[in-house]
Design a protein around this ligand. Structure first.
Ligand code: HEC
Length: 174
């Protein structure tokens, strides 16, 4: 390489290096000046926030027996099908109702439920009178042992059937 080439090469490198450094400085300034606006723009972007909410939404909803769960779509495989609740067979007799609905808790004593046929567990309850027992079974009831959901969680059952089922439970326990 000639001396002239050397000189050209050095000058050229310095110029290029300076330009690179300058563009980095420009980039840093632009970044710092724009950052707060950029954050605000993202936070105020309704499409963006809607998408974030959609992606971070909980995958499931908890249906609580005895409460109104009608806002929760039932997964039936057919999105247009009727809610599964209405597909549940409605028991006809007290015994059927007990087996289909109440026995979930009242057979094993789940969640503090007095066991069916357990004289000791029912004595004091029966002593309250049928009116109270009916009321508690129909409307639900928070006792010392746990929560008795209204109609055992089957709001679709007729009141009379629930009363008959309470009679049935009382008879078992006497
Ligand atoms: C999810 C569980 C659950 C289901 C299902 C359930 N029960 Fe209960 N039930 C309870 C619990 C728990 C208690 C006791 C609450 C307490 O005393 O702390 C109770 C108490 C009762 C009592 C006594 C109320 C009182 O005043 O002492 C009656 C009567 C009763 N249930 C009837 C029914 C009938 C009828 C059904 C079915 C239609 C039913 N339960 C279904 C959990 C349940």
């Amino acid at each position: 390489m000639s001396k002239q080439d050397d000189h050209f090469f050095n000058t050229f490198s310095i110029v290029i290096g300076g330009l690179v450094a300058f563009s980095i400085v420009l980039f840093a300034i632009a970044y710092n000046v724009g950052a707060p606006f950029e954050a605000a723009r993202i936070e105020n972007d309704s499409v963006m926030t809607a998408k974030v909410q959609e992606r971070t939404a909980p995958i499931g909803k908890l249906a609580v027996s005895g409460q109104d769960n009608s806002a929760i779509p039932m997964v039936t495989g057919h999105e247009d099908a009727a809610p599964a609740a209405s597909a549940l067979p409605v028991p006809k007799t007290a015994e059927e109702t007990f087996k289909a609905v109440c026995s979930t808790c009242h057979t094993a004593g789940i969640g503090g439920a007095p066991k069916a046929g357990d004289h000791a567990a029912w004595q004091a309850r029966i002593a309250q009178g049928k009116t109270t027992l009916y009321e508690h079974a129909l409307k639900g009831f928070q006792g010392k042992n746990g929560v008795m959901p209204a109609k055992g969680g089957r709001a679709d059952l007729p009141d009379d059937l629930i009363r008959q089922t309470v009679d049935y439970l009382v008879k078992l326990a006497q």
